[in-house]
Design a binder for this molecule. Structure first.
Ligand code: NAI
Length: 320
């Protein structure tokens, strides 16, 4: 019998779990024996209004299926403490945090108001920051924690009408990458997912035949694996949709090296060599600041003597 991904006994907080992706995650975590805090304020797509019903229905369904869950109706932005308290009151701790809640306030940048911008950042980014900060203390103390940041292709690549959302979603990537490093020695693993799925967020913008292929059930398996004890990955970005599971990396071109000790480091050198900057024939995939060594190695050698310069030149054949 193949090894099973177990989440038995783990306490998971899922924000925005009253509908869409969060609801599917909640059911799947519960079916694997996790104790689930189903957080959702039950508002509209743009964040207005609230209702206990969304979270209540999910909890009722989970319990009917024999699972364990508690409903939480707190607004992630204004009362993240209340969400954690629900976990502590019902299950005594937290092991896994799925930062999933979100709203949309789409508008072309020309017409975007400051309120549309900050409201979206408040839920996706500041909300995730606040609740993660509260859980972090517990994760650090118990030397165990799993966190998912929910990013988006709109954050990674940009998308018309979503300047606010793109900012928030890409910020979550940097947030997750940093926490992965800070949590490493405490067995806190943090991964980032960028996805596409059918939900009220997408059902008015994607055609029905595409939506049909994008069920949220196709996202959940990765989220469950990434937050299990078995998963070694941390600080990674995964792109998920319609059954595709892929990893995204930062790619750096081989680049253009201008000798900093000469008078060739000029805007005109950039002008004439601009194509070389974007030549990805020789590239690498940096994952940390330390990976700038490549640059430091070359520039320090260049600064030293002509021999160093020649050496690098023959290596890279790129120094001007
Ligand atoms: P959804 O609108 O169905 O679910 C979001 C849930 O978050 C809603 O139930 C909502 O009530 C809740 N929520 C909103 N503000 C809240 C707050 N302040 N406190 C507590 N709960 C709050 O949308 P969907 O598609 O399930 O989105 C889930 C996550 O996935 C979001 O972060 C979204 O940005 C992200 N995402 C979704 C994509 C898609 O294709 N559906 C694409 C990329 C990212």
């Amino acid at each position: 019998m193949p090894e099973q991904v177990s989440l038995k006994g783990k306490v998971v907080i899922i924000t925005g779990a009253g509908g869409g992706l969060g609801k599917v995650y909640a059911h799947q975590f519960a079916s694997r024996g996790a104790k689930v805090v189903v957080n959702d304020l039950g508002g509209s797509l743009t964040g207005s209004g609230n209702s206990n019903r969304a979270a209540d229905v999910v909890v009722e369904e989970i319990r009917k299926n024999g699972g364990t869950a508690a409903a939480d109706y707190n607004n992630l932005v204004t009362n993240p403490e209340g969400i954690l308290q629900t976990a502590l009151d019902n299950f005594g701790t937290v092991d896994i945090l799925i930062n999933n809640a979100g709203i949309l306030k789409d508008s072309s940048f020309k017409n975007m108001t400051e309120k549309q911008f900050t409201d979206v950042l408040d839920v996706h980014l500041n909300g995730a920051f606040k609740l993660t900060k509260l859980c972090w203390e517990i994760f650090k103390a118990k030397k165990y924690g799993r966190i998912i940041m929910t990013a988006s292709p709109a954050g990674l690549y940009g998308n018309f009408g979503q300047a606010n959302y793109s900012c928030a979603k890409l910020a979550l990537v940097g947030f997750g990458e940093t926490l992965a490093k800070e949590g490493y020695n405490s067995n806190i693993k943090v991964n980032i997912i960028s996805l596409l799925a059918k939900s009220r967020m997408t059902e008015t913008v994607l055609p029905p035949d595409v939506l049909e292929k994008l069920s949220p059930e196709k996202i959940a398996p990765l989220v469950l694996y990434l937050t299990s004890e078995m998963c070694p990955s941390t600080g990674s970005i995964y792109e998920v949709a319609a059954g595709l599971f892929a990893q995204i990396k930062w790619q750096r071109s081989g680049g253009l090296y201008l000798n900093p000790s000469s008078d060739t480091l000029t805007p005109e050198a950039i002008l004439y060599k601009f194509n070389e900057i974007s030549d990805f024939t020789e590239s690498d995939y940096p994952t940390m600041l330390k990976d700038y060594n490549k640059v430091w190695d070359i520039t320090s050698t260049l600064g030293k003597n002509e021999q160093g310069k020649t050496k690098i030149k023959s290596l890279k054949n790129k120094v001007v």
